[in-house]
Design a protein around this ligand. Sequence first.
Ligand code: HEC
Length: 221
Amino acid sequence: MNISKRLIFTTGSAAAIGVIAIVGFAYSGIYDVSAGSSHSSMVNWLLSTTSHASIARRAKDIEVPNLSDDAMARAGVNDFNGMCAGCHGAPGRDPEAMGQGLNPPPPDLAESAAEMSPAELFWVTKNGIKMTGMPEWGATHDDDAIWPVVALMTRLPELNASQYQELIDSAGGMGHHANDSPTEGHPHEDSPDKSHPHGESEHSEDTPAEPEEHDHSTHEH
Ligand code: HEC
C-alpha cells in the first residue's frame, strides 16, 4: 500500500468508527434527555451561537412597520399577555409553571427587546425556535396579528408592573385574547391543560380509565 492509499484507508476507517460510535451512543440510552439536566458549556455555546446567527441572517431583510405608535402596542398587549406571558412572564408577572419547567428557559423579553432588533423579535415570534419550547406563532397568526405583539415587546424595557396593567386596562377589546383574564393568566379555553387535569392518569385503581370521559365531542354545548 502506498502512502496516499494508506491515508485514505486510515481516514475512512476513522470516519466509520466515528459514525458507529455516534449511532451506538444514540441507541445506548446513556444521553440524559431530561429537561432538568443541563448542556455542557460547549454544547450551549454551539446551540446559542447557531441560533443567534440563524435569526440575524433571516431577519435582516424584514421590513418593519411603524411601531412607535402607542395604539400599536396597546393593540398587542392582550395577545402578549394571553399567548406569551405564561412562559416569559411580564412586568409584575412571573412565568407560570409551564414556563418555569422549560429547558432552555424562556428569557425575560424585556432583556431580549433591549438586545434584539424589532425585525429579529418578529422573526422569532413568527417562526419559533426548533427543539425549544418557543412556538411558531405564524402557524396560526398572520403578520398583522404579530406586529402589535412586537410593538408591545419593544416597550417592555421601560414598562413597570402598573404601567403594564394600565396598558391592559386601556386595551379592552383589542386582540383576540382581549377577553382572557388579564392578571391571573388562566389557560386558554382550548388549552390542553383543561382536558388533562392534574393526576388524571394516576389513580387507575379507584377510577378505571375511561378515555371517553375526556372526549368533548360527545358533549352537547
Ligand atoms: C411554551 C412556552 C413559550 C411561549 C408560550 C412563548 N415562548 Fe417565546 N420562547 C420560549 C423559549 C423556551 C425561548 C428560548 C428559546 C432559546 O433559548 O433558543 C423563547 C424565546 C423567545 C424569543 C427570543 C428571545 C431571546 O432573547 O433570544 C422571543 C423574541 C420570544 N420567545 C417571543 C415570544 C412571544 C412574542 C410569545 C407570544 C406570542 C412567546 N415567545 C411565547 C418559550 C415560549
